[in-house]
Ligand binder design. Structure first.
Ligand SMILES: *Cc1c(COP(=O)(O)O)cnc(C)c1O
Length: 648
């Protein structure tokens, strides 16, 4: 592979103002499928830059590329996570509007009261914003653990909003949740394990509080895909039906059956198929109505999470997509619940959803720069004076003979000759220069074959990988382990594209490699019209001009699940709010410095400096380093400790 950094490769042309005659922004829209996954928030303007319209076509928009340039001028380094709180506001509004519309359409005699599952994004500014934007809708919070409960208790101030307490619970958790009702919180303790039932009964007596109790049921309806294991008999959480009945009897015996007011289920996240959602709500509505019939004072039906995000914009039941929209989702829930309750002559519940992904994903964009690229060798080596080794002559002949008839056969010949060259080299019959030529010729054959394959409708199976083999590698100033852990851990797809130069044809096909020394630190799966593609179309790197890529829809789960692999820390983050005259930076959250990440693994910066100082002193005494060099080294060391973990 030939290494080339910006400044070495690529033709020079001016960044701005260059319009490619052959390429339009509509072609970029189509290529990166931005209308599919980005509407109504993301688009491309006439300058070929990505735009952000937090309120869709109801509000203003800004140029993302210009924003990044302006932020860089304020010394904010990349990678940079940009949050748009206005998008959060819009998501909450949309979700509530969809339920309001469904409720009106089906004459549902009840209301919707959503909650945000804190685990989806616990960042203080995000949760505070959600509570603020949710106030008109009495939007509440859901906690899945004790620390999340602490966040919810301190942050949720909205009168009448629900505080759903899920997850494994001990005495302290339940007691805290119950006492919170004394502060006016409408906290609901959801029983997830049978052991929690007697704890709740006992603590209610001790505190003399009548808690609102819910039950999480294990449905037999299953989610599908990645998170399908969240329901069904083997699910980690929830009570199976015999256990539900057992809990009802225990509560009845304790004269607390009137406390049981909520039924909850969660069949998994990113449910891409509407039929799975329907099946679950149908089963849950029956359980709900039956619990009411058994004498529980049922008031709430909590359908959990699962409302999916269309990451690839295909509107299909592919796992990175969804075959329904938010309105279909609300309609189906409202209609099914109404029907089941009418049949059983029970009043309808207040509907709750715990939609995390659907609320938070769109509001964050990760921006990073490309540090350089490497390509497979492109040139055919020139012929020297001397007669070449037989294997090289064979490869040249193969290269010359490739045509539309024989491309498959000649491709196999090229592979075979390359392997022969490697083994000849291993036995000492080929010099390293000759081996280099052999590999160059092999790559030249691959390119020529690819040129033919690209024109064809039907690509032979064995040539499908050729595109990936010939792809450039673009090096990202980023750690996917820190910033997009789901891309590495569960092959999640996030839409990615350059945020500028979208009026130029992207002439390179690339896979992406990150900064970590881990062979898994790469991205070679990208959204496509159907299924997944193994390369991303990118532009030539221009000497002296940075090249910025955006990874979109990363507002849910990625931040907190990110890890410190190779000690790349949290990225810088900014909150951008649109104003009538432009935008305002609401919050700036500086990423980790090296001192901070080293502290996570118990290194003290002062100790490290002292240790290095002693080594330099010893080297000075031994005459191995000059005083100037030793000072320079110490300066670099100390400056690094104070700086960002990524490359500047
Ligand atoms: C994770 C989780 C959610 C959020 O799911 P999304 O698919 O992100 O909406 C909701 N409820 C429970 C119980 C969860 O565990």
């Amino acid at each position: 592979m030939v290494e080339s950094m910006p400044g070495v490769v690529g033709e020079t042309f001016s960044e701005n103002g260059r319009r490619d005659e052959k390429w339009s922004i509509e072609q970029s829209e189509e290529l990166y499928r931005i209308r599919g996954w980005g509407e109504p928030y993301f688009g491309i303007n006439a300058a070929g830059h990505v735009t952000v319209s937090p309120q869709g076509d109801r509000g203003g928009s800004l140029d993302l590329y210009e924003l990044v340039r302006a932020l860089k001028q304020r010394n904010l380094e990349l990678p940079l996570l940009i949050r748009f709180p206005d998008i959060l506001a819009d998501r909450i509004e949309r979700l509530n509007a969809c339920f309001a519309k469904a409720i009106a359409r089906y004459n549902y005699p009840g209301v919707y009261r959503g909650v945000f599952p804190v685990k989806c994004n616990q960042q203080r500014h995000v949760v505070e914003d959600l509570v603020k934007f949710g106030t008109p809708y009495q939007f509440g919070l859901e906690a899945g653990s004790k620390p999340e409960l602490l966040i919810a208790l301190a942050t949720l101030k909205t009168p009448g909003a629900l505080l759903i307490c899920n997850g494994y619970k001990d005495r302290g958790y339940i007691e805290t949740a119950m006492l919170a009702t004394r502060l006016g919180h409408r906290s609901i303790v959801v029983l997830e394990q049978l052991e929690e039932v007697h704890l709740v009964i006992e603590l209610a007596r001790q505190l003399d509080i009548k808690p609102i109790v819910g039950i999480r049921a294990k449905l037999s309806a299953k989610g599908i895909g990645r998170w399908g294991g969240s329901s069904g008999d083997l699910a980690k959480f929830g009570l199976n039906i015999p256990e539900v009945i057992h809990a009802v009897e225990q509560l009845r015996a304790a004269e607390m059956l009137d406390c049981l007011q909520l039924l909850h289920y969660h069949i998994g996240s990113q449910i891409s198929c509407i039929s799975a959602i329907k099946e679950a709500i149908r089963e849950a509505s029956q359980i709900y109505a039956e619990l009411a019939r058994l004498g529980a004072n049922m008031q709430y039906l909590d359908v959990g999470g699962g409302l999916a995000v269309d990451y690839d914009g295909s509107k299909t039941n592919f796992y990175a997509s969804k075959n329904y929209n938010m309105q279909n989702y609300a309609n189906d829930i409202v209609a099914e619940v109404k029907e089941a309750c009418e049949e059983k002559n029970q009043p309808v519940p207040t509907l709750i959803s715990e939609s995390g992904r659907a609320i938070a994903s769109h509001h964050s964009v990760l921006i990073f720069d490309v540090l350089g690229s490497s390509d497979a060798p492109a040139d055919v080596p020139s012929l020297g004076e001397e007669k070449e080794h037989l294997i090289l002559r064979n490869l040249r002949e193969t290269y010359d003979s490739i045509d539309e008839e024989n491309f498959q056969e000649t491709y196999h010949d090229a592979i075979q000759f390359k392997e022969e060259a490697a083994s000849l080299f291993g036995f000492g019959y080929l010099s390293i220069t000759e081996r280099a030529k052999a590999e160059q010729l092999y790559w030249a054959c691959c390119r020529k074959v690819y040129g033919i394959v690209k024109q064809r409708e039907d690509v032979p199976k064995e040539l499908e990988d050729l595109e990936k083999t010939l792809a450039s590698i673009y090096y990202m100033n980023l750690s996917i382990f820190q910033s997009a852990p789901d891309s590495w851990a569960i092959d999640q797809l996030f839409p990615m594209l350059p945020i500028h130069r979208l009026n130029e044809e992207p002439t390179h096909r690339a896979t992406l490699a990150d900064l970590t020394c881990d062979s898994d630190g790469k991205i070679d799966r990208f959204i496509d019209r159907l299924n997944v593609k193994s390369i991303l179309e990118l532009h030539d790197l221009n000497p002296g001009h940075p090249y910025y890529l955006g990874m979109f829809l990363v507002g849910a789960y990625q931040e907190i699940m990110g890890n410190l692999h190779n000690l790349f820390g949290d990225t810088n983050a900014v909150h951008i709010h649109l104003t009538p005259n432009g935008y305002q930076i609401e919050h700036l959250v500086k990423g980790d410095t090296m001192t901070e990440v080293l502290k996570y693994v118990e290194y003290d910066a002062e100790d490290l400096i002292e240790s290095l100082r002693q080594s330099t002193e010893a080297a000075l005494q031994a005459g191995n380093i000059s005083i100037e060099e030793s000072q320079l080294l110490l300066q670099h060391y100390e400056r690094s400790l104070r700086s960002y973990t990524y490359l500047s």
